[in-house]
Design a binder for this molecule. Structure first.
Ligand SMILES: C[S@@+](CC[C@H](N)C(=O)[O-])C[C@H]1O[C@@H](n2cnc3c(N)ncnc32)[C@H](O)[C@@H]1O
Length: 345
């Protein structure tokens, strides 16, 4: 072992104690510790306890963990934020901060059912931990408005991260009317509408989301070109009249069979020459990464749907060909998102 190598026991501990790390992070964030210390650098234990409304010993425990994990720096008796915690001191509706409430309230307990979900080949985590009766997370969120708001705050912030780049880089010059399947609260649609002034967009999503999307689009004065309709992508045929179909952060939720059925539906709805655009987290064709593909795959399987995962570009392209769509390229966005494009022959 060289001087710089981490002993195997320590590396393993990082994995089997990972849940403690998250709880320090989450508790400090929920209590407003990072924002407080950013505003008043150098506060000592007793002052922090007073400001947070905690007793002194629990405060010491929290500060100890935050210091150990590099979230705070202790200088004399005073605490300071670090580059790691600074992004968590403001902009709570933006990533990375927006991820923490969702991980705490939506994911954390449910992911403890990962092994059972693998064995049963379905989303046991959702069934055991998220109240309601719907078989997928999206249906169950409609039964839990507070959690639904937490999810959409997180999802919108993630979409905004890649959305601006997507709006800039994806060439929709040949598209007159785009169908945005599972389009959510119109983040992508509003970016595209701004970039392509002649483009019309129809968002198809579940009823409560379509209503929220229309409210947003109206506020932005885009209602003449962007409309959301209630669409159950699996049980309804796609609206006709579109010459492009977008699936953004949607297909990885579902099984290969369902993805192929959606591609067949898209191919039926498109005219010859029509475009198809799949925006998805990237999995390398050789199945070795990246890390985000593994994390999201576990989430889709254990919680979101019990049937999806992050698929490779090669799989999507094979499924395109099976329904008469010719793959036309891959566009990388940020570190780990890809747009896979195709054209109906
Ligand atoms: C992960 S979000 C992606 C939202 C948006 N496309 C984006 O990139 O931000 C998945 C979306 O699929 C919608 N959805 C789930 N099941 C659906 C179904 N059966 N038909 C249509 N939309 C559905 C959800 O309501 C949610 O808005």
């Amino acid at each position: 072992m060289t001087q710089t190598e981490v002993p195997i026991e320590v590396e393993l501990r990082g994995l089997y104690k990972a849940h403690y790390r998250f709880q320090f992070l989450s508790a400090a964030f929920q209590l407003g510790l990072f924002a407080l210390v950013e505003k008043e650098p150098g506060l000592a234990v007793r002052e922090i306890a007073g400001r947070l409304g905690l007793k002194e010993q629990p405060t010491r425990i929290l500060l100890l963990g935050c210091t150990v994990f590099g979230l705070l720096r202790k200088d004399g008796d005073g605490y300071h934020t670090t580059p790691l915690s600074k992004p968590l001191t403001a902009d709570f509706d933006e990533a990375p901060a927006s991820n923490i409430p969702w991980e705490q309230h939506g994911i954390y307990r449910a992911m403890a059912w990962f092994c059972e979900s693998l064995k049963e080949d379905t989303n046991i985590g959702l069934r055991r931990e998220i109240p309601g009766t719907a078989p997928t997370l999206y249906g169950r969120l409609a039964e839990n408005p507070e959690l639904e708001a937490t999810f959409h705050t997180m999802m919108s912030s993630v979409s905004r991260l890649v959305g601006a780049e997507l709006g800039e880089k994806l060439d929709l010059s040949g598209c007159a009317h785009l169908l945005d399947v599972g389009g959510g609260t119109a983040i992508n649609a509003t970016n595209f509408a701004a970039r392509w002034p002649d483009l019309r967009i129809t968002i198809g999503d579940l009823p409560s989301i379509a209503t929220a999307a229309n409210e947003k689009v109206e506020k932005l004065g885009l209602a003449d070109r962007v409309r959301a309709v209630s669409l159950d992508a699996f049980n309804d045929e796609f609206p006709t009249g579109c010459d492009g179909v977008l699936f953004a952060h949607f297909l990885e939720i579902w099984s290969p069979e369902r993805v192929q059925a959606l591609f067949a539906k898209a191919a039926r709805a498109l005219p010859p020459g029509g475009g198809i655009y799949v925006v998805t987290p990237r999995q390398d064709d050789d199945g070795t990464g990246p890390e985000r593909a593994a994390l999201l795959s576990a989430y889709f399987h254990t919680i979101a749907s019990g049937e999806g995962m992050v698929y490779t570009g090669a799989e999507y392209e094979e499924w395109f060909r099976a329904v008469g769509i010719e793959p036309s390229g891959r566009l990388l966005l940020g570190a780990d998102t890809v747009v896979i494009t195709g054209r109906k022959a």
